[in-house]
Design a protein around this ligand. Structure first.
Ligand code: SF4
Length: 358
């Protein structure tokens, strides 16, 4: 792997070097790697070992990230690298996030090649996804800059588990994000993810109050772990109180994976219950995901109740937005990034090779 210099670290008195990118604060001796495995000590510094390498590329609908209020219907060039700074037992991309194999990073891609590919393939944005861009922030930032130079937006799909300084640097280069709010209890974050809730809430408040980044939140509901009425009530109240009613919240269905193979699938009724609580607590845009649910896939006008964007899974069925992202009936402005017409990518998922773009 290549070594790329990084900035967010400091030398400790005992000779170890501490990484300051995320709250794990890994303290490394020569030759050691952090928990994310892709940041490593070399000499008296920490380097990124996955710069310019990817675990694969795919063109997705932007609704798959999920982002429902950001250029609906358009395609996004998705990619990830390897490694993650959380250790979620239900990880649905564990082959990538837990990878310690160079083989996983089969595709090389310079920021320029990625931006050129997105442009040629007609993608309106590039998404850092599959694994958390927090751990490859230097690479993600360079890709975002190359993309912005071509008018292509940058999207982060992240758990938001990041320290303040790196967070500011990272989001200065992002146009949109989907942040996982994995639960609303420290117990869940500690026991199931090996992290802590407080830093994630700080990221959400930072995004809302100190940036212009468009962001939506996703909570994967896991039976018996984070789906009680009390927890869902607290989570949705917090979003409404601290972030306001206009931040979209997605409740998605769990399927057994990685180290939680004995936990059952999420019943659709759980998603419907969670969505009803979010709406009762004042949220204007709450969606259900990974299920066919006409109500949970529809963006309704908070002013008059008209159905503005009707979706089935990743497919757009109806578009009733006036230019400027306003309700055709009552002219209420809908928050997000909307164009006069939706994209026409549809629900397709198309793997691509970047070899032609080097
Ligand atoms: S980014 Fe990686 S090396 Fe740095 S503190 Fe987090 S887990 Fe440790």
């Amino acid at each position: 792997m290549e070594s790329f210099p990084t900035r967010h670290w400091h030398l400790l008195e005992d000779g170890r070097v501490q990484c300051d990118v995320c709250p794990r604060a890994c303290k490394l001796r020569e030759g050691q790697r952090g928990l994310c495995f892709v940041r490593a000590r070399e000499g008296d510094a920490i380097v990124l070992t996955s710069y310019g390498r990817s675990s694969g590329f795919c063109i997705d609908p932007i609704e798959k990230k999920p982002l429902n209020h950001f250029l609906p219907g358009t395609s996004v060039l998705s990619f990830g690298t390897a490694g993650c700074n959380l250790a979620c037992k239900f990880c649905q991309n564990w082959d990538i996030s837990k990878s310690r194999e160079v083989d996983t990073l089969a595709d090389g891609a310079s920021p320029e090649a990625l931006a050129a590919a997105a442009s040629t393939l007609g993608c309106r944005s590039v998404a850092f996804t599959y694994n958390d861009p927090v751990v490859f922030m230097e690479y993600a930032i360079d890709v975002a800059q190359a993309c912005r130079a071509r008018g292509i937006r940058a999207v982060a799909v992240t758990a938001g588990y990041m320290c303040e300084g790196p967070r500011r640097e990272f989001y200065a280069h992002m146009d949109a994000a989907n942040v996982d709010l994995k639960a609303f209890s420290e117990r869940f974050y500690r026991k199931i993810c090996g992290g802590e809730l407080g830093s994630v809430l700080e990221t959400l408040e930072y995004l809302k109050h100190e940036t212009r980044v468009w962001f939506e939140i996703t909570t994967l509901l896991i039976p018996g772990e984070n789906d009680s009425d009390a927890e869902l009530d607290a989570l949705t109240r917090w979003v409404a109180d601290r972030l306001g009613p206009d931040v979209p919240l997605h409740f998605t269905a769990f399927h057994p994976d990685w180290k939680m193979l004995d936990t059952p699938h999420t019943p659709p009724a759980t998603l419907t219950r969670a969505r009803a609580m979010a709406i009762a607590n004042g949220l204007h845009y709450c969606y259900t995901g990974n299920v066919h649910d006409p109500a949970g896939g529809t963006t309704s006008c908070p002013g008059c109740g008209a159905a503005l964007i009707v979706r089935d899974w990743y497919r757009l069925l109806e578009w009733n937005l006036a230019p400027g992202g306003r309700c055709v009936a009552c002219r209420t402005a809908i928050p997000g990034a909307f164009e006069a017409r939706p994209g026409d990518w549809g629900p397709r998922r198309q793997p691509v090779s970047l070899r032609a773009f080097h």
